[in-house]
Design a binder for this molecule. Structure first.
Ligand code: PEP
Ligand code: MG
Length: 885
């Protein structure tokens, strides 16, 4: 028989799949002997069964009864007892934390009678009424699906009548009135009275939590964070402790280190006389943990002791939620805390220094995506700027964009290509759509633990929160700064998530500290030292080499500073753009062989000079140069533009012969499916002079480098090969050119000839192709295109949205390698190629070479290197290291 319910004392932190993150960690804290209010967890399995069948699994009710009875016995009180009620919280808790996405109901067990029991037991009628009105509000909104506005409007109206803005000014009579109003509102909007039976309250709340797994905002969040759809949530039922029992009570959240910078030292927010949700909602301004020390030193000291225990136990930064009830501290939650990329590196490196973890483990705690974020630019420190306000540095980065004040406008403007900053008083989970598309998020309320901060950090979005000097008026779509300046919707602002500053207008951005470090500059920044330490370890561990895709000496030099160990792909077609385009046109429109020869002769010295510079920048390291790949029509003018130009020239009476020829060429070279047309090796077969000119330029450049005392290692790569025969023909011509160059220059060059594997046929006949190739480089862009039959230039806009929505793949296969399909071809080709030629050198140069998940796959199938754009080189080095530990 399946067990659906576990007491906290029965679980542990490694059971997140079953008990959810919250439940597993409550169990762990319980077993550590920390002060956790007792309770039990209904498993994710029960949720899955409920969602599948639309009803609770048969045994669940009986199991809940058994655990509830045990809880009642432990507490010496019965749920909802009219004279002395036990109250419970019903909280969601999935395996992965989904901040604010799912439901929670507090104070279950209160009704028209037990509210008096609570009042007399606590000797505090106001507190009892306040708890009841909170239950009605949360239950109404969460379980019965009534708009929260219905309740907040009642509350606001009452406060207006009482001429106050603070909940705390409402007395017991006011709260009694509110309870009546809320009950009436529930009956009106839900068509049923608020259930007075405590067990019915609890069962309905559990159901609501199960159902909240599938709310649109939860679904969107999971898609964003790539969390599996089928996990379900656990439900935690726990004896209530009260932070709203006057000024010796309160609720707080805390981190064992600063989650924004990673600096050592506890960090947290505390709110007196409040229940948990008040703290994160940013409704009232919180005080710091140091202030808590002034308010209640005993609880403060105990809390700090527990935080240390937790950090040592989890050997990681923890975040916690706690409540103090009449001076007694209770732990309500802990988990390994979310953190910014900067903090991730710093905490991992610091913990190595503190002896808590070793370097391998530290490497596992950071990742390439985080490093990529640290390489984003920051505001140029020397630039002029006008400070509008200062808030909390909640999530780092430099964001510039137009201010928008609601999520719908954010989405609409971002869709038309504008950069936007979403400005709110505080964010709620409903704002998620806007947060996803915004460059940055700015709020006027809430601390580093507010919803805005937590979600922004999770998404890697720049965020400044709690900028109290801003008076945000969402309805009028504007904010006013205390000294008078007003920013309207559409005005550009800049926010610095690293310092918490908000600026008027667009502040210019400068390179990140981490990039400056990779560029070889001295930078005094603890996050940079942490990156350096972990990169060094990654380099010492990795088996995969990392090369770069670079077509200019400048890119090659930068990539080399970033740690590239050679060039894996130099796309030579990029050298034919700009003013050289005309020379290619000459080649295409040439009437005869002599004309072609002349055009190629003009290109040769330019190409040679390009290669000399690149080989110099990569002196001593391998440089894979790919012969021209795209269809030639890409070098010709657009048909319509050309026709118009000709028509205009006509009317002025000087129709040009060249234009006519170009137009003819455009017509002649037009293809319905150019990506499947005359490109790659096919060009080499049809217009042999082009490939041999390039081969000559490469080899002459290498000879020149040798004569200048250099150490060139050119590798000539043939694209889009499908059959070994194509490769053999082209290779023979290159070998002939090489002999000529050797005879002409007297330099005996060493170089290699290899091919790209970017067509399924090439992958499947890799053993034959390997006979003619010294190396393979997987062109996973084309290999993905040709395997899926997706036009790489069109599909993302055309229909990938629907594919992602419907879960056909979780992420575009052009972004992260489809290991199942395309990966299977890579695996096959690598194995067959190496069988035929054991010393075959294998690499990858498609975009996937810089994608963390794909890098782990390439390591596993035994490639020798990955090649990626210069800015991705550090990311690839780190991920290759992580793949080895
Ligand atoms: C590839 O196809 O993966 C590749 C690297 O070549 P290109 O992107 O230039 O087609
Ligand atoms: Mg390609």
């Amino acid at each position: 028989m399946t067990t659906y319910v576990y007491d906290f004392a029965q679980g542990n932190k490694d059971q997140k799949d079953l008990l959810g993150g919250k439940g597993a960690n409550l169990a762990e804290m319980t077993n550590l002997g920390l002060p956790v209010p007792p309770g039990f967890t209904i498993t994710t399995e029960a949720c899955r069964a409920f969602l599948e069948h639309g009803s609770e699994p048969g045994d669940l009710a009986a199991e809940v009864s058994k655990h509830l009875a045990r809880l009642e016995e432990a507490m010496g009180r019965r749920l909802g007892d009219p004279t002395d009620p036990l109250l419970v919280s019903v909280r969601s808790g999935a395996k992965h934390s989904m901040p604010g996405m799912m439901d929670t109901v507090l104070n279950i067990g209160l009704n028209d009678e037990s509210v008096h029991g609570l009042a007399s037991q606590s000797d505090d009628e106001r507190f009892a009424m306040d708890s009841y009105r909170r239950l009605l509000q949360m239950f109404g909104a969460t379980v019965l699906g009534i708009e929260d506005e219905v309740f907040s409007t009642e509350l606001d109206e009452l406060k207006r009548r009482k001429d106050t803005t603070a909940d705390l000014d409402l007395d017991v009579d006011d709260l009694r009135e509110l309870v009546s109003a809320f009950k009436k509102a529930i009956e009106e909007h839900a068509g049923r009275p608020f259930p007075q039976d405590p067990r019915e309250q609890m069962d309905l709340a559990v159901r609501a939590v199960f159902d909240s797994w599938n709310t649109p905002r939860a679904v969107l969040y999971r898609r964003q964070e790539q969390i599996a759809e089928d996990g379900g949530t656990a439900v935690n039922i726990q004896a209530m402790v009260f932070g709203n029992r006057g000024m010796t009570s309160g609720s707080g959240v805390a981190f064992t280190r600063d989650p924004a910078s990673g600096a050592q030292g506890v960090y947290g927010d505390y709110l007196q006389n409040a229940q948990g949700e008040d703290v994160v909602a940013g409704i009232r301004n919180t005080v710091s943990l140091a202030d808590l020390g002034e308010i209640d030193q005993k609880s403060h000291d105990e809390l700090l002791g527990i935080m240390q225990t937790l950090e040592e136990h989890y050997r990681d930064m923890c975040d916690i939620e706690f409540t103090i009830e009449l001076g007694k501290l209770w732990m309500l939650q802990t988990r390994v805390g979310k953190r910014t990329p900067e903090a991730a590196f710093r905490i991992a490196a610091d913990m190595v220094g503190e002896g808590l973890i070793d370097l391998d483990e530290a490497l596992g705690r950071v990742n390439g995506a985080q490093l990529a974020q640290l390489m984003f630019p920051r505001f140029d420190e020397s630039a002029e700027r006008t400070l509008l306000a200062r808030g909390m540095n909640a999530s780092p980065g430099a964001a510039v964009g137009k201010a928008v004040f609601d999520w719908a406008t954010a989405v609409e403007w971002a869709d038309r290509g504008e950069d936007v900053i979403l400005v709110r008083k505080e964010t709620s989970p409903d704002d998620l759509h806007g947060m996803v598309v915004a460059k940055g998020i700015l709020t006027s309320r809430g601390g580093k633990t507010s919803h805005a901060a937590v979600v922004a950090r999770g998404m890697g979005r720049t965020c400044v929160c709690g900028a109290e000097a801003l008076d945000v008026d969402v309805r009028e779509a504007r904010f006013t700064v205390r000294d008078g300046k007003t920013i309207h919707e559409g005005d550009v602002i800049s926010i610095d998530g690293t310092t918490g500053e908000v600026f008027d207008g667009a502040v210019p951005v400068a390179a990140s500290h981490v990039v400056q470090y990779f560029e070889g500059q001295q930078v005094d920044d603890p996050a940079v030292s942490a990156v350096a330490r972990l990169m060094e370890h990654a380099d010492s561990k990795r088996r995969l080499l990392v090369r770069t895709n670079a077509d200019t000496a400048e890119d090659a030099a930068r990539a080399r500073r970033f740690g590239a160990q050679g060039i894996g792909l130099c796309r030579t077609e990029h050298m034919f753009l700009g003013e050289r385009r005309e020379l290619v046109e000459n080649l295409i429109v040439a009437d005869d062989e002599a004309g072609q020869r002349k055009a190629l002769d003009a290109l040769l010295p330019l190409q040679r000079q390009d290669f000399i510079e690149i080989l110099e920048a990569m002196d001593g390291l391998p440089v894979t140069i790919r012969l021209i790949d795209p269809p030639l029509h890409e070098f010709l003018p657009d048909f319509t533009e050309l026709s118009v130009a000709m028509a205009l020239a006509d009317t002025r009476g000087h129709r040009k012969k060249r234009q006519r020829k170009l137009l003819e060429a455009v017509r002649r070279l037009h293809e319905q499916n150019p990506m499947l047309g005359l490109r790659g090796v096919r060009l080499g077969i049809v217009i042999p002079g082009l490939f041999t000119m390039q081969a000559r330029a490469i080899l002459e450049a290498a000879a020149a480098r040798v004569r200048d005392g250099g150490d060139p290692h050119p590798e000539i790569m043939i694209p889009l090969v499908a059959s070994v025969r194509e490769l053999e023909i082209v290779k023979q011509r290159i070998v002939d050119v090489a002999r000529e160059v050797r005879d002409e220059t007297g330099v005996d060059l060493s170089f290699s000839i290899g091919t790209m594997i970017e067509l399924p046929r090439a992958a499947l006949t890799a053993d034959k192709i390997a006979a003619a190739a010294e190396f393979f480089s997987f062109g996973t862009n084309d290999l993905t295109q040709m395997t899926w039959g997706f036009s790489r230039d069109d599909v993302e806009a055309a229909f990938f949205g629907a594919y992602l929505d419907q879960g056909i793949f979780p992420v575009s296969p052009f972004e992260s390698l489809d290991t199942e399909g395309v990966g299977s071809l890579v695996r096959t080709a690598a194995a067959r190629g190496r069988e035929a030629r054991p010393d075959l050198h294998l690499g990858i140069c498609g975009e996937h070479g810089g994608d963390p998940a794909s890098i782990h796959f390439f390591d596993e199938v035994g490639l020798d290197y990955v090649s990626c754009s210069p800015f991705r080189v550090p990311v690839a080095r780190l991920e290759a290291g992580r793949s080895s530990v």
